[in-house]
Design a protein around this ligand. Structure first.
Ligand SMILES: *[C@@H]1O[C@H](CO)[C@@H](O)[C@H](O)[C@H]1NC(C)=O
Ligand SMILES: *[C@@H]1O[C@H](CO)[C@@H](O)[C@H](O)[C@H]1NC(C)=O
Ligand SMILES: *[C@@H]1O[C@H](CO)[C@@H](O)[C@H](O)[C@H]1NC(C)=O
Ligand SMILES: *[C@@H]1O[C@H](CO)[C@@H](O)[C@H](O)[C@H]1NC(C)=O
Ligand SMILES: *[C@@H]1O[C@H](CO)[C@@H](O)[C@H](O)[C@H]1NC(C)=O
Length: 390
């Protein structure tokens, strides 16, 4: 495998490389798929077709979601995660049925829902040619990536390790234009900055990743700060989908209203004491899937710090988008972005420990802000209108 998408990638398999491409936070052309398609050479076109045939396995059942996505129900052990070189030769432990607390769509869920996949299969969003074309431009861009800005809270204590983190975020639909993205997340991080292991779950509006302005949840992981590994959702091997109806790709068809109804996303990431894998749980009990421990080099002893808060990416012009509601902080959590019920565990199988305080930080003063509200619940408030941060 000499070259794929025009880059030399040594002995990596092409399917793995798709993950690498998607891991880079660099700009791509946000154009109509047709414009890009017309500029593909026959050879490039063939490459994409080959990729699609590798990523999209033969389904047991196909689900057409009302918002346009297609989900294929794939046998659990055949899902793309297990094409990862580090997972290929592992014994796959199929999760026990009772590990999946809820197999039916949640009545109270704030996420869009798909009907369940048959027993033994999991829903994997079908990758489209447009997805791959955006990925292709991720790798071929000679433009410099936009900068990232944060506003949130970090829990980190010398000598302490973290085996889980949870919180409840309100969900917004910030305005973004080409190249920008805006969202919020829980991240667990370990290792030196240039080779950091990261597990992340949150919501985002990211036209580069999704091709539209819709608010969706997402998962991300890397074992070297995104240099050579990493992946969003099930777009490349890594995250193991377990739940038959919830997937990280789902969108919010409703988002929070300033001073009004708050749409909340309750989630946790926690190490499984039995096998060291890292589980993603939503709505407090719904186990969505896991990141196998084999993907990581630094998480055996737990994470070194946890971050809750906002993340935005500026466009090429250095202008950074709205964060959360786009409002400046005032006294009311329901006017801005918040994370409530922040908890962490500092032992394997340890109890949840409520976050009392931690360093609040925010980039781009004047445009973003974060604060810790002590009264009643402990709540992180963050957000801002964005602007010329560069
Ligand atoms: C998988 O592991 C087994 C036992 O460790 C080994 O015999 C086999 O050759 C491996 N297969 C591949 C494809 O690496
Ligand atoms: C939003 O999602 C719910 C749950 O799947 C669905 O019942 C409802 O029709 C959706 N609303 C819109 C406006 O799409
Ligand atoms: C995103 O929103 C902007 C306006 O807010 C709109 O101009 C643009 O077309 C939207 N992009 C997509 C892909 O929907
Ligand atoms: C999640 O569930 C546990 C146990 O059922 C409960 O103690 C906890 O308060 C719940 N957390 C939230 C944020 O609702
Ligand atoms: C987490 O912390 C909050 C208080 O900050 C608490 O209300 C909540 O129930 C805790 N537990 C869980 C499991 O979320």
């Amino acid at each position: 495998m000499a070259s794929f998408f025009g880059l030399k990638i040594g002995s990596f398999q092409p399917i793995f490389f798709l993950g690498l491409v998607l891991a880079y936070h660099v700009v791509i052309l946000v154009e109509g798929g047709r414009d890009i398609a017309s500029r593909l050479s026959e050879e490039e076109d063939l490459e994409l077709e080959t990729q699609l045939s590798i990523l999209n396995k033969s389904p047991i059942k196909t689900i057409h979601a009302y918002w346009g996505d297609i989900y294929d129900c794939i046998e659990f052990h055949k899902q793309p995660a297990f094409d990862h070189p580090l997972l290929k030769n592992r014994t796959i432990t199929t999760p026990k049925r009772d590990e999946i607390a809820s197999t039916r769509p949640h009545k109270t869920s704030v996420m869009s829902q798909i009907e369940g996949c048959p027993k033994g299969t999991v829903p994997i969003r079908r990758t489209t040619k447009e997805d791959l074309m955006r990925a292709k431009y991720l790798s071929s861009s000679s433009n410099s990536p936009g900068d990232e800005y944060f506003a949130g809270i970090t829990v980190q204590t010398e000598g302490e390790r973290y085996f889980g983190a949870s919180g409840s975020a309100n969900v917004w639909n910030p305005k973004v234009i080409s190249y920008q993205s805006s969202g919020a997340e829980i991240s667990l991080i370990a290792g030196p900055i240039e080779h950091a292991n990261v597990i992340r779950f949150g919501w985002t509006v990211d036209p580069e990743l999704y091709g539209d302005n819709v608010t969706r949840s997402y998962t991300y992981w890397t074992s070297d700060s995104g240099y050579t590994t990493g992946c969003y959702n099930t777009l490349c091997p890594g995250f193991v989908q377990v739940h038959p109806t919830y997937t990280p790709f789902l969108h919010f068809n409703k988002t929070s209203v300033i001073g009004g109804e708050q749409i909340q996303l309750l989630s946790s990431i926690q190490m499984d004491p039995e096998n060291g894998h890292w589980w993603l749980t939503m709505d407090n009990t719904t186990k969505v899937g896991y990141w196998p421990k084999d993907l990581f080099t630094q998480f055996q002893l737990g994470a070194e710090y946890v971050y809750w808060g906002g993340r935005v990416r500026s466009g090429k012009d250095g202008i950074a988008p709205e964060m959360a509601s786009g409002e400046k902080l005032d006294d009311f959590p329901n006017h801005v972005g918040y994370y409530a019920a922040l908890n962490y565990t500092n032992e394997v199988e340890g109890d949840w420990i409520p976050v009392q305080k931690g360093p609040i930080s925010f980039d781009c003063k004047g445009y973003y802000d974060a604060s810790w509200k002590y009264s009643e619940d402990h709540v992180l408030m963050y957000g801002g209108p964005g602007g010329p941060c560069a």
